[in-house]
Design a protein around this ligand. Sequence first.
Ligand SMILES: Nc1nc2c(c(=O)[nH]1)N[C@H]1C(S)=C(S)[C@@H](COP(=O)(O)O)O[C@H]1N2
Ligand SMILES: [Mo]
Length: 433
Amino acid sequence: MIAEDQRVLSRNPLNAEPAPATLVSSFLTKNSDVYHRNHGEFVPLDAATYSLLLRSEVDAIKLNKSDFSLDDVKEFPKRDLVTVLSCAGNRRTEMDHEKEVEGLKWGMSAIANCHFAGTLLSDLLAAAGVTKASTPNARDLHIHFESTQDCEDDTYYAASLPLEMALDQARPTLLAYEMNHAALEPAHGFPLRVVVPGVIGARSVKWLERIIIRDHESDNFYQARDYKVLPPEATPETKADYLQKTPALHEFSLNSVICSPSDGETVEAESGNSAAIAVKGYAVGSNGTRIKSIEIAVVSLPVPVSSAPPPHPDLLPEIQSNEAYKIRVHATTLPAEAWTSARLNEGIHTSGAITAQDKHWGWTLFSAEVPLPETVRHLVELGVDGGVDVALVAYATDACGQRQELQTQWNLRGVAEASWSVVKCRLKHRSSS
Ligand SMILES: Nc1nc2c(c(=O)[nH]1)N[C@H]1C(S)=C(S)[C@@H](COP(=O)(O)O)O[C@H]1N2
Ligand SMILES: [Mo]
């Protein structure tokens, strides 16, 4: 089930994302609006004959159960939560505009906020004899999630997490058999998938068939040679070397994204003091931390040359000469009154939205009517030919007081983009259209 307005990046395998404005139209993402990220064709698994294999290749860990039918998995207490599922390549197009990156050019919608239900991974492991207490060396061990799916770059799809992370009670990793109160759809991993809150989607293995504990991390292509934040000096020619030296990416960072208006959109503005732009978007905390505030400003374009950013020692020259970066830096010079605090919707009345320890793994939607700066308002009222170009800028602050990073370091694979959100639009006077 895929909505007609999803933008299809590839059909075989299926990769698609919804329109940004659709994405933020509801707190829970409808199944038809959930993005699709596949490195191979769907795996047709039969619930009746399905079996999940659990194995340990670590001598010190002996398991007392190794085979689970779907019914066995469902016998554990059913746990539910609302969590974001997000591809590490989300917002890749924005990084690509700064300097070319490799990979599918995702917009800002390779992310979904869904209700999942299933068995806690830690419950299943405990039943087999693996608990935090029984594995004092969990920090050095890894839990592998494997599917038999034939993929573009490997003969199967797999990912691993440090075992300690999988046993962390504060991060309820699920073996999910339900998404949005219905059986998992074939496209999203029927009958069972992993869902790791706060961690890039690549680790949430679909069509899960094997869980294996090992003393090393997965050497599957999608863990060892993809989804890594390479240093900015890595090039297509040198990347093989850097891939070996760069650790796997797991947790995503504090992020916020304006989804409406969309980049390049023409927006009609009223005249008078109440002239404002309606803005909508989503924000996600890192490590389940709640969002405290989203601040949004309207920046008149082009930004003045006098506010050109001072040279930055760590950012590539291409980034420093990029318009989005200049807009972000200019925004930091705006007075406090230029910023509007958005209304937040963190779905606290939705079942599973807040888990133990006040963790919030879902997204926070935000909306605001951001008043136009006086100078912009006058230009709009004058009916300047072609309209008035502005940029909307947003950043998030979380409940721990951490602020979203101004500018993400460019990396060849275009992953983990979390810069302050910048969306350019053109304002036209409502009556002059
Ligand atoms: N077996 C398998 N699991 C997989 C993938 C895949 O290609 N095959 N893609 C991963 C990636 S990169 C992401 S972002 C999410 C996407 O999940 P979705 O298609 O349900 O949105 O699934 C992950 N699990
Ligand atoms: Mo992904």
